[in-house]
Design a protein around this ligand. Structure first.
Ligand code: SF4
Ligand code: SF4
Length: 173
C-alpha cells in the first residue's frame, strides 16, 4: 500500500472541513500553532512518507521515544516540528483533526475524543462537547480512522498511543 497516497487523499477530507464552520484560530490567535521548538505533532504510521515526497522547508521531523511493535519489529513514532507557520495544504493529519484525536477504548474500539493535551490551550477543547463540532468534521474523522485501523501497523500504534493519552486523561477527565 502506498502510504503517502493514502494520507494525501485523507488530507483532502480536512482541507476545507474544520472543527467549526468559523475560523476558530480567531478565538485564540491560533494557540495550537504556538508551541516551542520542542513541541510538535506526532506523525501517524506511514505519514512520514508524505514528507519524504514534499520535503517542506517549514518542517523538521525527528524521532520520539514512543515505539510500538508488530511481528517482532519495533517502530519509532516520528514527530513534526514547525516554527508556527506552514503551508496549510501540507499540514499533518494531527493538526487537521486537533483538538480531537482517535483513541482505542478498553474494548479495542475506536472513539474520537477530545485530545487531553489540548485542554490546556484550546478553547474548543475546554468548552465543546462532541456534538458541538461540525458534523462533517466528525464524520470525516470517523471515516479516516476506521479506514486506517484496517491496517495492523496502525492498530499496533493506536494501542500504544491510547495508553499515552491515558496518562494525560487521568488529569483532565
Ligand atoms: S483548534 Fe483550538 S487552539 Fe487551534 S486554532 Fe482552533 S480554537 Fe485555537
Ligand atoms: S504544522 Fe501548521 S497547523 Fe500544525 S502546528 Fe505547525 S503551523 Fe500549526
Amino acid at each position: 500500500m502506498n502510504a503517502a497516497y493514502i494520507y494525501l487523499q485523507l488530507y483532502k477530507l480536512f482541507d476545507n472541513t474544520t472543527p467549526t464552520k468559523v475560523d476558530c484560530g480567531k478565538l485564540c490567535d491560533s494557540a495550537c500553532c504556538k508551541g516551542d521548538s520542542e513541541s510538535g505533532m506526532f506523525l501517524f504510521p506511514g505519514e512520514y512518507e508524505v514528507y519524504k515526497l514534499l520535503e517542506p522547508g517549514w518542517a523538521k521531523i525527528e524521532k520520539t521515544d514512543m515505539t510500538y511493535k508488530l511481528d517482532d519489529r519495533t517502530y519509532t513514532v516520528p514527530i513534526l516540528l514547525c516554527n508556527g507557520s506552514c503551508d496549510r495544504y501540507q499540514r499533518p493529519l494531527s493538526c487537521r483533526i486537533f483538538p480531537l484525536t482517535p483513541y482505542l477504548n478498553k474494548d479495542n474500539k475506536l472513539e474520537i475524543i477530545t485530545d487531553p493535551r489540548a485542554k490546556g490551550i484550546c478553547p474548543l477543547a475546554k468548552a465543546f462537547f462532541k456534538e458541538d463540532y461540525d458534523e462533517q468534521f466528525l464524520k470525516n474523522l470517523n471515516r479516516t480512522f476506521n479506514l486506517l485501523l484496517k491496517n495492523d501497523k496502525f492498530k499496533a500504534f493506536m494501542s500504544v498511543y491510547s495508553e499515552y493519552l491515558d496518562t494525560f486523561r487521568k488529569f483532565t477527565d
